[in-house]
Design a protein. Sequence first.
Length: 125
Amino acid sequence: MNLDERIDAIEAGYEFMLAYAAQGRVSDKGGGVASELRDYLGRMETALDGLGGAIAERLDAEGVRAFVDAATADAERALAIVRLVLAREGISSQLIDNVNASIHLRALLTDLFVIDESLKSSAAS
């Protein structure tokens, strides 16, 4: 999975979680939306696992190592959160709302927005 695909999977998962959190579900047991949530979380898990290396490959310029290290740490923390949620038998909207509010996930999303925009700027130059 390349960096662009990873970013897309993480952003799509986050957007789905925002919608899920708004539904007021007590648990995700069953099919339908509950199954979709687990699919999105699974894709996020795959995208997050090894994300630091994918970022480092694309941002190989001098002087960005500290940013790559910070983004890698944010990705590892977000991965831990996703794995915690996936390990639950039932996933409530409240749990997902708390995940959405997690500073670790929000920091990662901001990192990804910065990376995406910096790569677009580089490509345009």
